[in-house]
Design a protein around this ligand. Structure first.
Ligand SMILES: [Cu+2]
Length: 157
């Protein structure tokens, strides 16, 4: 009987010890709060103006976008043109896009796809529309592996 009681006390003590947060973990959490570190992966996808409109990327560049044809079932090409301050069409950025349906997020996720560029400095991305409804392409402009602009292009089919 005594031995069994002693065993229970040891069990209770070890449970109490494991329930207490480790000092290292709580220190790290406190530091995150103090420095305002954002949750990894959180991105504000800025809704962009419509096709043909000039959209600011940063102080040095703007872009416009259009589709190769009015989006419909099948593949359409998203065409992005970047211009510098002098109005020259340039390709300084790495540009990627991710297509999906906002109303059924994940169902048709294209994954991150890199735009190709052509001879006239257009950035090109195939967009596969597989059902009618709401669609979105999330675009990321990067310079030297650092994202400088996140945009959301929405359209309905
Ligand atoms: Cu769908």
């Amino acid at each position: 009987m005594k031995i069994r009681a002693a065993g229970l006390i040891i069990l209770a003590l070890s449970l109490a010890a494991s329930a207490a947060p480790s000092p290292a973990a709580s220190a790290a959490a406190a530091q995150d709060q103090a420095t305002g570190i954002k949750t990894p992966g959180h991105i504000d996808w800025q809704p962009v103006a419509g096709p043909g409109k000039k959209i600011k990327i940063n102080d040095d560049y703007i872009f416009t976008y259009e589709f190769s044809q009015r989006p419909q079932m099948g593949t359409v090409i998203l065409i992005i043109k970047v211009f510098d301050k002098k109005g020259a069409q340039v390709v300084p950025f790495a540009l990627s896009g991710r297509t999906d349906m906002p109303s059924m997020r994940g169902a048709h996720d294209s994954g991150e796809v890199v735009f190709r560029t052509n001879r006239v400095n257009n950035y090109l991305l195939p967009v596969n529309v597989v059902m009618p409804g709401d669609w979105e392409v999330r675009i990321t402009f990067s310079l030297n592996d650092k994202a400088v602009f996140h945009g959301s292009i929405r359209f309905d089919v």
